[in-house]
Design a protein around this ligand. Structure first.
Ligand code: ZN
Length: 357
């Protein structure tokens, strides 16, 4: 990191050149690469010469021994190259050097790749039309210590969701419903199940909560009276409905609760079809699924939904279909079919990000 007046020996040798700094800033679209921040880092005032910057090129693996994410075997040329840098605002450039367990090398590379993609997809597009094509979460895992307070669990969940960019996937109320469900399940596991080795993993449109502990399926909480866990699971069901699948497994030692946003994961998953697949006979691919998710895309009108009517009616009566991607008038038309429900339309991401408590 730049900015320290006393640098240990060897640090200067790993400084980024001005060319590398410029490249990293441009790749990030002149914004902080932290997905929970994205602060603009460059501006020029009318009376001030030059560009005022509140960002800096930070080292992913430290510039010198004894600092965060130091890799002794790294080639010195690589250490000072763009491959080992990330563009961040001044606050987050400092923060990633304080906690190398939270801000791992892998997480920072995930932020960097995401920032580059976001900058490329928004270049030349009017701001009001920019919809991030990068809603998927950044791949990451984070462990919770075994003896933790409720406030530490709250922080653990909030930081994890911020660090993986979960607020791009779930905005506002939905984000908060996921956050509270994770908190309550962790609280239950720690307080009643004496869970150890508890961790969260994010990948794509899925968050896994895993721990060594007793066998308890959180889906039963939806039907139960009482505690915060039940209320949180019901609230999650009420908020994200059929678009959120909560899958549970226990292998005798490890319990895994898998939250999958099936609505965002799209048609390339089990029990899912494309709308155009429904022009033929009802498909055997989804015969064993209780709920079949059907994803519509492209230009659509009433006739298109009418064309799939016959196939949906041919579904076994024990099966239900959830239709995704329909506009309000088409959705109203589709809900008249038996055993069919329509997933709510996705809203745009929030204007501001959830803050840590
Ligand atoms: Zn920042």
């Amino acid at each position: 990191m730049s900015g320290n007046s006393t640098r240990p020996p060897g640090r200067a040798a790993a400084e980024f050149s001005e060319a590398v700094k410029s490249q990293l800033a441009a790749e990030a679209g002149y914004r902080c690469a932290n997905p929970a921040c994205l602060a603009a880092t460059h501006a020029a005032g009318a009376t001030q010469a030059g560009v005022g910057k509140v960002g800096q090129a930070a080292h992913i693996s430290a510039a010198a021994e004894g600092f965060a994410r130091w890799q002794p075997g790294m080639d010195p040329q690589v250490r000072k190259s763009a491959a080992n840098g990330i563009w961040l605002c001044n606050v987050h450039a400092r923060e990633i050097d304080i906690d190398e367990h939270r801000f791992t090398t892998s997480l920072l590379h995930g932020w960097k790749r995401r920032a580059r993609r976001r900058a490329l997809t928004s270049r030349g597009v009017p701001a009001r039309e920019v919809v991030p094509d990068v809603r998927a979460m950044i791949r990451h895992a984070s462990w919770l210590g075994d003896k933790t307070s409720t406030s530490e669990i709250h922080l653990f969940v909030a930081r994890f969701l911020n660090d993986v960019g979960a607020h791009w996937l779930w905005s506002g109320t939905a984000y908060d419903a996921v956050r509270m469900a994770l908190y309550e399940l962790i609280l239950n596991a720690v307080q009643h199940g004496e869970a150890t080795h508890l961790h969260l993993r994010a990948r794509g449109y899925r968050i896994d909560l895993a721990y060594v502990g007793s066998d308890f399926d959180p889906n039963v909480l939806v039907e139960m009276e009482g505690n915060g866990g039940s209320q949180a699971m019901r609230h999650l069901r009420g908020t994200l409905g059929e678009t959120m699948s909560v899958a549970y497994t226990h292998n005798g030692t490890v319990a895994t609760v898998r939250f999958i946003d099936v609505g965002s994961a799209g048609p390339n998953q089990p029990c899912a079809l494309r709308g155009r697949d429904l022009r033929g006979p009802w498909t055997v691919r989804v015969e064993n699924c209780d709920v079949v998710h059907v994803f519509f895309s492209g230009l659509l009108s009433f006739s298109d939904v009418g064309a799939v009517h016959r196939q949906l009616v041919a579904m076994p009566p024990t099966q239900r279909a959830v239709l995704h991607g329909l506009s309000a008038p088409l959705a109203e038309f589709a809900t008249q079919l038996p055993n069919v429900s329509v997933a709510p339309t996705r809203s745009r991401p929030p204007a501001s990000f959830p803050r840590e408590p």
